[in-house]
Design a protein around this ligand. Sequence first.
Ligand SMILES: Nc1ncnc2c1ncn2[C@@H]1O[C@H](COP(=O)(O)OP(=O)(O)O)[C@@H](O)[C@H]1O
Ligand SMILES: [Mg+2]
Length: 316
Amino acid sequence: MVVVTGLRRYGKTSLMLTYLNETGKRYVYVDCKFLPPAVSLKSFMSLLEAGLSNVDWGRRLLGKVSLAEVSLGGFGLKFKNKEEENLLRTIKALEGSVLVVDEAQALRNSAYRFDSLLAYIFDNLDIKLMISGSEVGLLYRFLRIDDPSAPLYGRAFSEIRIKPLPRDMAREFLAEGFKQEKISVDERVLDEAVENLDGVIGWLTYFGYSYVTGEADAKRIYEGASKLAVEELKRALTLYGEGEPRYREALKIVATLRSASWSEIKRGIGARLGEVTDSKLSNILKNLKDSGFIVKDENGYSISDPVLARGILSYL
Ligand SMILES: Nc1ncnc2c1ncn2[C@@H]1O[C@H](COP(=O)(O)OP(=O)(O)O)[C@@H](O)[C@H]1O
Ligand SMILES: [Mg+2]
């Protein structure tokens, strides 16, 4: 099992798919970000089927599965229902290939134990698992590899942790892209872009693409990116229902102060929304951290992505 981690737009999906395509591995790709908030077996199955129907061998395989030619003999499992049997039959037919589960943390919101399913595949089938997620803390909360009571406990895996490009490489990446497009840009534009976007490869690509396709006003590009980032954030925050205003407030305080201490956040929320208990605040900050929106270091809490920070100040 390989676990590929890194924040949004660090290039996880591109890295996995490039690797699989270049090495010619047979794989099926499932992107859990397309699943509904509460994941059912059925919705996962549809996604898997969609992934398979993208490729020739997958379509053939689906045909075989529907004819029940794939034997589950020796599978050693009791099925709870027809749906689970179907899913396992399809998965069994994937032997010899790589199963890529992208944004896998979404599978934690389910009555079905997808972690058990992964453990089952790991232990019993000739299938390589490639698991990825942008919400790294939540991903590990789902996998619980260190928890002795969890199905995946103690399984061997390697983690590939993707980081943003260092500043000089980010600058080179942009410069090279503009060169390929035969567009000359001012040095200042490059410096400013790296300043604003950090080394996040997805934002650098967004910037280059927007610029090359006719948006010469860099400010507008940064604003567009910020809006995008905030839209994603808002979608993620709906998860917290009635608690959401506190999450928003915490993020605004952190973005405003750039680096905020626990007590500054507590006071800030208290002033606007009423007292928040330590345990509630601790929960809020843990969830924001595990979703990759904030990071904590010795100076306090800060927003993980400068584009998002800008967006929070303007649009949240
Ligand atoms: N190595 C790379 N070279 C060029 N562009 C890249 C590279 N990696 C990622 N990108 C670009 O960045 C964008 C975000 O990458 P993606 O793989 O979707 O990130 P993630 O899956 O981590 O959210 C992609 O749309 C792609 O265009
Ligand atoms: Mg991705």
